[in-house]
Design a protein around this ligand. Structure first.
Ligand code: ZN
Length: 147
C-alpha cells in the first residue's frame, strides 16, 4: 500500500509530495503489521519503487515454493515425461553433460526439464551435436535426492 506522508512545510513543499510505501508483514494479508518499505519517495519515483517491491514480493514467493514448477510446466509433456533413472545425459562427442536437475537456463530450458522433453532441435552446447548423440549416464553411483 502507499500512503502519503505528512509534509512538514505544506506551503512551500506542495510540489514535493512524498510518499511512503508499506507492505503487510510477511506479505500476509491477514496481518495488520505494516512494514515500511521506502519512505520519502518522490511522486515520480513511486512507480519504480512499487515495481521493485513487486519483484521483491515474487522473489520471496518463489523461494518459499519449490523453485521449478511454474517455469517447467510449459515445457513438460506429461505423456512423455516418464520417470527414468538416468537424469544426466552426455554428449558422446565432447562429453558435455545435460543435467535434468539443472536444465540449461541460458537456452531457456528450465531446471527440472527431463531430457526426453527437450525439443528435437536441441543441440549440444559445445559441439552442436544433435539430441540423438546424447547418451544416458548411469547415475546409480552418485544418486542425488532432489534437495
Ligand atoms: Zn558435444
Amino acid at each position: 500500500m502507499v500512503r502519503q506522508q505528512d509534509v512538514k512545510n505544506p506551503g512551500r513543499l506542495k510540489a514535493l509530495e512524498r510518499f511512503e510505501i508499506l507492505y503487510t508483514a510477511d506479505f500476509n494479508p491477514n496481518t495488520l503489521n505494516l512494514v515500511s518499505y521506502r519512505k520519502d519517495v518522490k511522486k515520480e519515483y513511486l512507480g519504480t519503487y512499487l515495481v521493485s517491491l513487486c519483484k521483491y514480493f515474487y522473489e520471496r514467493e518463489s523461494q518459499e515454493k519449490s523453485p521449478s514448477n511454474e517455469n517447467v510446466s510449459h515445457a513438460l509433456n506429461p505423456v512423455t515425461a516418464k520417470k527414468s533413472a538416468a537424469i544426466i545425459h552426455r554428449c558422446k562427442h565432447c562429453f558435455t553433460i545435460y543435467d535434468e536437475a539443472l536444465g540449461e537456463v541460458e537456452n531457456n530450458v528450465a531446471a527440472g526439464t527431463p531430457f526426453i522433453n527437450l525439443p528435437q532441435t536441441y543441440q549440444c552446447q559445445l559441439c552442436e551435436a544433435g539430441k540423438e548423440d546424447f547418451q544416458p549416464l548411469d547415475q546409480n553411483s552418485l544418486k542425488q535426492v532432489g534437495s
